[in-house]
Write a protein of this length. Structure first.
Length: 253
């Protein structure tokens, strides 16, 4: 048994008991325990950690803890240049795709509205979500920290907010998604690409008032839903314009 001290910065403290937040604390560690093992044993999923400093030096998850080690644990950095330090993961260069757990249906719809490929099904079990994230290289979205701790999960985000719109803002700020939106290109139900369509092709699926007031329509060839710029469209655009703004200087360490 060895003893090491830990300090978790910024939002990582939310995973800790109140008495351990915002301060350095010492804790016993099993001999040959890795930094990753202890971080998760203390309650913080590895997916939420972007940088480790052990005794002031950049280190990886596989660092074997020794007596007296001081471990500083940091979340993602949106506004600071840490390129000279060892990042714990390299996010893919391509546009992120997501899989959301059963409690994040509202967020999944908003991400699809913004044009981000997001798998969601209220009947997904945890094992299925883990498999989809692993096999398809998707970012797992969840409020279940134990699900994020699974060994095969490489890319994941814990959502602290409860409201879907706030969750969207939180995710956009963390992953800097705003500049790559493709709004209103995916079906909110099927997550498939929408197709521009003539009114005549879908007239029999429209309410008379909608057919009278609108001329521009898209449709999903899978579920046959039809979309148009109704009264809700302005509210959606306002929400997307809000999350597209860069995060404030105080929103990251």
């Amino acid at each position: 048994m060895v003893s090491a001290s830990f300090r978790f910065y910024d939002g990582l403290g939310d995973f800790l008991p109140r008495e351990r937040r915002g301060r350095t604390f010492s804790t016993p560690c099993a001999r040959d325990a890795t930094a990753k093992h202890m971080i998760e044993a203390l309650g913080v999923p590895h997916t939420e950690v972007e940088l480790l400093l052990v005794n002031g030096e950049s280190a990886g998850f596989d660092h074997l803890l020794r007596e007296g080690d001081g471990v500083a644990v940091y979340p993602g950095f949106a506004r600071l240049d840490v390129r000279e330090l060892q990042r714990l993961r390299s996010w893919p260069d391509e546009r992120p795709r997501f899989v959301a757990d059963a409690h994040l249906g509202g967020l999944a719809r908003l991400l699809r509205m913004a044009g981000y490929d997001t798998l969601y099904d209220n009947h997904y079990h945890d094992d299925e979500i883990e498999r989809l994230a692993r096999e398809q290289g998707r970012v797992m979205l969840t409020r279940d920290r134990e699900l994020l701790k699974r060994r095969s999960v490489e890319f994941g985000c814990y959502l602290h907010a409860l409201d879907p719109a706030q969750q969207l803002r939180e995710l956009f700020a963390r992953l800097r998604l705003g500049g790559d939106m493709r709004p209103f290109t995916l079906c909110l139900h099927c997550n498939l690409l929408l197709r521009q369509v003539d009114k005549a092709e879908v007239r029999d699926r429209l309410l008379p008032r909608v057919a009278e007031l609108h001329d521009d329509f898209t449709t999903c060839d899978h579920c046959a839903r039809v979309y148009w710029k109704g009264s809700h469209h302005a509210r959606m655009c306002a929400l997307l314009a809000d999350v597209e703004l860069p995060p404030s200087p105080d929103s990251h360490p």
